[in-house]
Write a protein that binds this ligand. Sequence first.
Ligand code: HEC
Ligand code: HEC
Length: 215
Amino acid sequence: MKKITLSLALALTALASGCANLEHSRDVANPAVTGKVMAEQTCSMCHGVDGNSINPTFPKLAGQQKEYLSDELKFFRSHNRSDPAGSEYMWGISRHLTDQQIAQLADYYAAQKRIPQPSTNVPLEELGKNIFLNGIQDGARTVPACQTCHGADAHGHGVFPYIAGQHADYIRKQLDIFKETEERDEKVGEMMKNETHDLSSEEMKAVAAYIATMP
Ligand code: HEC
Ligand code: HEC
């Protein structure tokens, strides 16, 4: 009992004196905490220290394009990206981020190396590879090849995200969100709305399975 009181008193003193250690801070509302410290202490809980998350609910950020990553953080901050997982997990944490912290976070993740997922279903991945490289033209359907915007290596460029090696479940979920909802930014998201308009859920599954294995 005495011990608890003592540590509580110490914690309160630390708080009152404002001497929170900025190198180990989990305070996402303090503009003095750098993006790097925030990435290591806070974002890492879900996205992994090196930006390679394990759980597919959390997208990999390693190697992500700086412009895309900072745009998405600003979309969460302004509630412009409003899909259920995005609003549940990312609205609160991005609320007080400054533009400078966002730029530092983008630098941090752009410098990390992305680790791809292992292959799990070769026939499905082969089907997806064909869609990624050539798109689909059959009858009334036209789906442009993914590589035209995301690059032949799917590493993206500027506002076009790095999607190679991303969790298949996350990719699939986003394709569905672009197709079925207005929950992602309407300006840049418009490109993916056109893209997914004619994609069936089987085809989404295939292309996601292939992209997840890309180095
Ligand atoms: C409690 C878990 C959690 C924490 C902590 C967290 N995130 Fe996220 N983050 C998520 C989830 C879940 C998503 C996916 C949302 C969706 O499906 O749209 C996400 C999505 C993102 C995206 C969009 C990725 C993409 O490919 O479009 C970025 C960028 C991002 N987070 C950055 C950060 C940064 C930077 C921090 C730390 C300041 C952070 N996150 C902290 C859970 C978290
Ligand atoms: C005309 C250009 C264009 C084409 C073609 C295109 N994309 Fe995209 N894609 C974009 C843009 C731009 C974004 C970013 C949208 C945003 O920020 O809301 C994006 C975002 C995505 C995302 C979300 C990434 C994330 O981390 O949340 C996925 C997944 C994706 N594209 C997969 C694909 C697949 C699969 C194909 C082929 C079937 C494809 N894209 C074809 C332009 C394109």
